[in-house]
Design a protein around this ligand. Structure first.
Ligand code: HAM
Length: 487
């Protein structure tokens, strides 16, 4: 993310004194020694999500679920704990995730388990375990939930974080890769956020073997300036050298061989087709010939969605994914292609906040029912319940009698309409609808008020998830430029 400041651990809470239950006489004789109890804190890199954050989490999950429903992805949930071997085999023994970042433990029964660092390997396992190969293909799944990586915490990087992911298993066509990239782009767009998608192809295992040789030959010439980690990577996992940000290593990338030059005809054709679909769908993308991704299961198309970098900040991946045609077989299933992506939800929410995008709070009442006098109060119970059952978020203050006090509550809640019922309205069988913003009042049949309000509230079938972004947050200029760069 933009800021590189290390996350500060909150100072420990003020120490509470525990009251000593000593007898008064003894207390007078000697000063009471205060015992201190330190309040436990969240583990480093993990945080509480508080009610004040709820609207952001609701908005990102709703955005993902709406998209999943539209594109035909079905919900799946796998355990948070898996066998460690799943990730060692699936993600790769020599990846940072497996080598350094997994939270692993041996349970009471001696099983070696890990808190999942990602979900794709688990979904591939579930696909095999539940014989999903026998279902109509492709199987399209989505999930959301916490992932765990023992990384160095900083803004936008946590040890427990949440992903919203999509996986399409059982279809090799390039249109699948394109559909996933389009979904990534639309997810952010629906939340009022701009991303640029970086794409590359890392071809087949054979393509990568050839590329590895070229890469090793190139970096060997510069071995003396490589960092110690990259010297090791060069023999173990040379593609990872391309991701190194060390001052000696990073500039070398510019002269490194590009994988596109060794791709087979089939791999090239697959990739070209994906790019054509993206152009047609007007997804702003950029070719990044050095994007290789840090998980070993990828093949062919790989991609990352990045937020525009802010001044002084670095660009960070908001979401990432790619094709993983070898993964199911690697885990013991029949050869089955697959592709997917995962969105980082903390990073998404951080970006919404930085761009001042406020999600609409769907739990907030839009109608307040005000009643004046005992007969009106009695009638109000039924009207309020009708509103509630019609799914209209409504509020009422039965304990308040004065209209002024009730209107104060309505104003505080910021409702769109207030319904007013007094003695006269009870006798006439009417109720007043007051538009709070326009200050206009109208009288309607009390028995029809729920329908009248529902009619007023119906907007588009898909209500926007967020309030419109302030003009400067999504610069038309920059989005036009990004659109131009496609191709
Ligand atoms: P990944 O690139 O490791 O891919 O993670 C995907 C996204 O999760 C990242 O782009 C980032 O937004 C978020 N993320 C990763 N690590 C952290 C962290 N420590 N703190 C906060 N956010 C983080 C995968 O996990 C693959 N399973 C994606 C995939 C699905 N590929 C195919 N299908």
């Amino acid at each position: 993310m933009s800021g590189k400041k290390p996350m500060k651990k909150p100072a420990s809470k003020p120490v509470k004194a525990v009251k000593a239950a000593t007898a008064p006489a003894a207390a007078a004789a000697a000063p009471v020694k205060k015992r201190t109890v330190a309040t436990p804190q969240t583990p480093r890199g993990m945080k509480d999500i508080l009610p004040s954050e709820a609207k952001y989490w609701r908005a990102v999950r709703t955005a993902g679920e709406r998209l999943a429903a539209a594109y035909g992805f079905e919900w799946i949930e796998t355990p948070i704990v898996e066998e460690t071997a799943l990730f060692v085999r699936g993600v790769g023994k020599q990846t940072d995730i497996v080598e350094k970042e997994m939270f692993t433990f041996v349970d009471q029964g001696g099983d070696e388990l890990a808190l999942r660092p990602e979900a794709t390997a688990a979904i591939a396992r579930a696909y095999i375990n539940h014989g999903m190969l026998n279902m109509p293909q492709p199987v399209k799944l989505f999930y959301h939930g916490p992932m765990f990586r023992h990384e160095r915490p900083q803004a936008g990087r946590y040890r427990q974080f949440h992903q919203f992911g999509f996986e399409t298993i059982g279809e090799q066509k390039p249109v699948v890769d394109a559909e996933l990239i389009i979904c990534v782009h639309r997810f952010f767009l629906d939340l009022g956020l701009q991303v640029k998608v970086e794409v590359n192809s890392i071809g087949t295992a054979a393509d990568r073997e050839q590329y590895r040789e070229k890469l090793v030959a190139y970096y060997r010439q510069h071995r003396n300036v490589l960092c110690e980690n990259c010297k090791v990577r060069l023999s173990k996992n040379p593609l990872r050298v391309l991701d190194c940000k060390e001052p000696g290593c990073e500039p070398l990338k510019q002269g490194a061989p590009q994988i596109v030059d060794v791709l087979s005809e089939d791999s090239k054709n697959h990739f070209m087709k994906v790019l054509e679909y993206l152009e047609d769908a007007e997804v702003p993308f950029e070719l990044n010939p050095y994007l290789v991704r840090g998980l070993d299961y990828y093949s062919h198309t790989v991609f990352e969605a990045v937020f525009p970098a802010r001044e002084g900040g670095s660009k960070s991946a908001a979401a990432a994914g790619g094709r993983y045609d070898g993964l199911i077989e690697l885990l013991g299933g029949r050869p089955t292609p697959g592709a997917g992506f995962a969105i980082g939800l903390e990073r998404t929410i951080l970006e919404m906040k930085e761009r001042q995008i406020i999600p609409l709070d769907e739990s907030k009442p839009v109608v307040f029912l005000a009643q004046l006098g005992e007969p009106a109060k009695r009638k109000a119970f039924k009207i309020f319940d009708d509103l509630r059952r019609a799914g209209i978020p409504a509020a009422v203050a039965f304990s308040k009698d004065a209209l002024k006090a009730q209107m104060e509550v309505a104003n505080r809640m910021g409702v769109k309409y207030t319904l007013l019922i007094g003695q006269k309205e009870v006798l006439d069988g009417t109720i007043i609808i007051r538009d709070m913003e326009a200050g206009i009042q109208e009288m309607v049949d009390a028995n029809k008020v729920t329908g009248e309000i529902a009619k007023k509230l119906v907007t588009a079938p898909l209500a926007p998830l967020t309030a419109p972004a302030p003009r400067d947050s999504v610069s038309e200029e920059s989005s036009r430029k990004e659109g131009d760069s496609s191709g």
